[in-house]
Design a protein around this ligand. Structure first.
Ligand code: GLN
Length: 541
């Protein structure tokens, strides 16, 4: 039986109720940050109850961006929050979907590993979940596990059963449940009934939460609400914490520290915390509310403009840098499918995002042309780099070349193409994924930005620049300033005639941490800020 297995370390489960999008991931990340800053070795993971093997095949509009880990995992976007908050790279084992669990089990079953037994949810699926958890706990003091979705969803029941079994070890495992308490504007009252129901649901699955986090839009200021929750949910008020919306998510660790949640958890789990200096975080946190900031407007041009989460890591990378640089940053997502180019004059910098498929590429190419001709700072990411090259080849040099993803019927003259050994029979897991080296050539803008001749960056794409066209583009002013030393594939392109016109095949946004900024985004923000200052009354433009 798994529940009699000794747990080596401590586990905190984060579950949610009432509704989704309560910021469970950010809460989990903030908690992990606090414990890491207090001297513990921390790991984090998230379970997602959907049946896709990973989010790689899910459109960003459905589920937000696909975050890529260093080891090439296509993971849930919360893994990005975790990495940024705890300043630590995680592995693909940190993001597990039900699809992945079932695939593992079915593969084992096909190989005859169950020796004639019937394979069932209990015990096999639950044991697989517990194994994954205990593996991630190995060599760490603490593992924080977030369960995606909300309690009561049919598909997440196995995860709650795993918590129930593991909670046998009360001194090693706790559950923190986050639920929403809505405000009814008609009678001006906070309503805790849905919250209470979510706890009932949790109890019916055999899980008894140690802490309750009451998410609200504004501060409740009425102890009665908490008394009710305490009595009806069976949790002492000392362990109920209110978490209202804060202006900036990076203020949450501070708020949790003020509430001493770390000390309360440490007491239950018998954790030894070091009183480390959190000066670095305090500095960062103080900058968040700094007054007299420069105003800066940046546009991200892409086709997934309806959902900010589609570009989450880019947005967070820019936000984190703007905090350090004391900039009041406003980011707009512009729809590349229906773009009015004149709108671009309202921005001091443009990002051409990554993407897949033909939709909206015309708008992106037109944006690149406009930015090139008007010397507006531009940063192209992944698909953005491929389109920047295509635009230059066709609009500046009239080469009449194609991108194989956009015009597969052309059969040749591909300036962006698939490599010969690439197999496109499957969509899942057929990309260049994860971290690769990039060698940077001296005397280039990239070398000034990175101040290094070798960097490691994460990738997620199928197509590559066709080196056959390198010479002609170089002769005409494009500079290929970064390549992968093993394969010779192009990683960075720049156009030094403009003030800032750079594109990269990799995704720098997956490298940002709150204490480790990405130099490329930093330079982009600086260049955009300078460009903006050149224009008087930047805000009114
Ligand atoms: N669609 C392009 C490719 O597969 C770019 C992918 C991306 O932007 N992440 O190469």
């Amino acid at each position: 039986m798994k529940n009699s297995r000794k747990i080596n370390g401590k586990i905190i489960f984060i579950t949610g109720g009432v509704l989704s999008s309560l910021g469970k991931g950010i809460f989990a990340a903030s908690l992990a940050f606090m414990f890491k800053e207090r001297g513990l070795k921390v790991n984090m993971m998230k379970f997602d109850p959907y049946l896709n093997v990973d989010p790689g095949t899910i459109s960003p509009i459905e589920h937000g961006e696909v975050f890529v880990t260093k080891d090439g995992g296509e993971t849930d976007l919360d893994i990005g929050h975790y990495e940024r908050f705890i300043n630590q790279n995680l592995s693909k084992n940190s993001s597990i979907s039900s699809g992945k669990i079932y695939r593992n089990l079915i593969e084992k079953e096909r190989r005859g590993k169950y020796l004639g037994k019937t394979v069932q949810i209990i015990p096999h699926v639950i044991n697989e979940i517990i194994d994954l958890i205990l593996n991630n706990l190995k060599n760490n003091d603490l593992l924080i596990v977030e369960i995606g979705g909300t309690v009561g969803d049919i598909e997440s029941i196995p995860y709650f059963e795993a918590i129930r079994q593991l909670q046998f070890e009360r001194e090693n495992v706790i559950n923190i449940h986050i639920g929403f308490v809505p405000f009814l504007s008609i009678n001006k009252e906070y309503k805790s009934k849905p919250f209470q129901h979510s706890i009932k649901e949790l109890h019916s699955l055999g899980v008894f939460p140690n802490f309750l986090i009451v998410r609200t839009e504004n501060k409740i200021n009425n102890q009665e609400v908490f008394n009710k929750i305490s009595i009806n949910c069976g949790v002492n008020k000392e362990y109920i914490l209110e978490l209202e919306n804060l202006p900036n998510v990076y203020q949450i660790p501070k708020k949790l520290m003020e509430e001493k949640i770390d000390q309360k958890i440490a007491k239950i789990l018998n954790l030894k915390l070091i009183n480390k200096n959190i000066e670095k975080y305090d500095l960062f946190n103080n900058l968040i509310s700094y007054q007299n900031k420069d105003k800066l407007r940046i546009a991200i041009v892409g086709k997934y403009h309806n959902l900010k989460d589609s570009y989450l890591s880019i947005i967070e990378s820019l936000k984190i840098i703007s905090i350090y640089k004391k900039i009041d940053l406003k980011i707009d997502l512009l729809d590349s499918k229906s773009l009015d180019l004149k709108k671009l004059n309202n921005y001091s910098g443009i990002i051409i995002s990554g993407g897949f498929g033909t939709d909206g590429t015309d708008g992106k190419i037109k944006t690149i042309k406009y930015a090139r001709e008007n010397n507006i700072p531009l940063l192209g990411i992944c698909f953005g780099m491929q389109l920047l090259i295509l635009e230059f080849a066709n609009n500046v040099l009239n080469l009449n070349l194609y991108h194989q993803e956009l015009n597969p019927e052309k059969k040749q003259k591909f300036i962006i193409h698939l490599l010969e050994d690439q197999d496109l029979k499957n969509f899942g897991g057929t990309m260049r994924l994860g971290e690769y080296e990039c060698k940077i050539f001296p005397n280039t803008i990239a070398s000034k930005i990175y101040k290094k001749d070798l960097i490691n960056q994460r990738h997620r794409h199928r197509y590559e620049f066709n080196n056959q066209y390198k010479n002609i583009l170089e002769k005409n002013g494009l500079v290929f300033s970064g390549i992968n030393p093993q394969t010779n594939l192009v990683e960075i392109v720049e156009y030094p005639k403009n003030d800032f016109f750079i594109a990269v095949q990799f995704h720098p946004e997956f490298n940002t941490k709150i204490f480790k900024l990405d130099p490329l985004f930093e330079s982009f923000i600086e260049a955009s800020n300078n460009y903006g200052k050149k224009w008087k009354n930047n805000q009114e433009r």
